[in-house]
Design a protein around this ligand. Structure first.
Ligand code: SF4
Ligand code: FES
Length: 247
């Protein structure tokens, strides 16, 4: 089959050389089975070696090839060109500063992930000799969906609340906190609550649900945040009934 020629309009920005970002257009002969990442690799290999973008796995696993494709936060390795029109606009992810071209600065996101203590905090630490922490399939099922996050940050690019207030902890970090809070082997919920249940945490979310719509792995961060709101509301009433108890 003859390759289809698609015009890619790509936002370029080199902070060392340019005052502001500008679009540059490339005509790419695309094969039927290509994804947008293949077209970017063609541009890089054949047309313009200066184009910068992140990618690694080419199979929707590493989460590094996120960008805006025709205005939608998308993994470029999951977006088939056969589903796109003959003109495609590619921009860096919304709501993040541009490092260069399609590469964005992720420091804020990584700091937020870290702030929710996204790791198992067990009641008692075990040595390797003592073996693993056991869990039943039913206990795993309670949080398994929230383990599927690949940290692609598409949910942050889609979130109007994060666009409005960059201090919002945001969808993926809150979903990950919820994932550990639901884990039967974890006792770290109290340590996470200062961040999770703060005004910049779950209560900043207005439940638009755009995060869950763009999530490529069906994590449903919006659902996780609403579940966390219900649990925190329960804490509030329990504290009224039993003051001094530990939530
Ligand atoms: S929750 Fe979904 S959209 Fe957000 S970072 Fe994780 S995988 Fe990406
Ligand atoms: S290259 Fe890894 S998710 Fe796209």
């Amino acid at each position: 089959m003859t390759p289809r020629r698609i015009e890619f309009e790509i936002l370029r920005y080199d902070p060392d050389k340019m005052q502001k970002p500008e679009f540059q257009t490339y005509l790419v002969p695309c094969e039927e089975d290509w994804v947008v990442l293949d077209a970017l690799n063609y541009i890089k290999d054949e047309l313009d070696r200066t184009l910068s973008y992140r990618w690694s796995c080419h199979m929707a696993v590493c989460g590094s090839c996120s960008m805006m494709i025709n205005g939608e936060p998308t993994l470029s390795c999951k977006s088939f060109v056969r589903d796109l029109p003959n003109q495609v606009c590619i921009e860096p992810l919304n709501n993040f500063p541009i490092e260069r071209d399609l590469v964005v600065v992720l420091d804020d996101f990584l700091g937020k992930l870290n702030s929710v203590k996204p790791y198992l905090i067990p009641r008692e630490k075990k040595s390797l000799e003592e073996g693993v922490y056991l869990q039943s399939p039913a206990q795993l099922k309670k949080f398994k969906q929230f383990t599927l996050c690949i940290n692609c940050t598409l949910c942050y690019a889609a979130c109007p609340q994060y666009a409005h207030d960059e201090n919002f902890v945001g969808p993926a970090a809150l979903a990950l906190a919820h994932r550990y809070n639901l884990d039967s082997r974890d006792v770290g919920r109290t340590a996470r609550q200062d961040v999770v249940a703060s005004n910049l945490g779950i209560w900043e979310c207005s439940f638009v649900g755009a995060c869950s719509e763009v999530c490529p792995h069906g994590v449903d961060p919006a659902g996780a945040i609403q579940q966390a709101k219900i649990a925190s509301t329960g804490d509030y009433f329990m504290d009224l009934i039993l003051p001094g108890r530990k939530s």
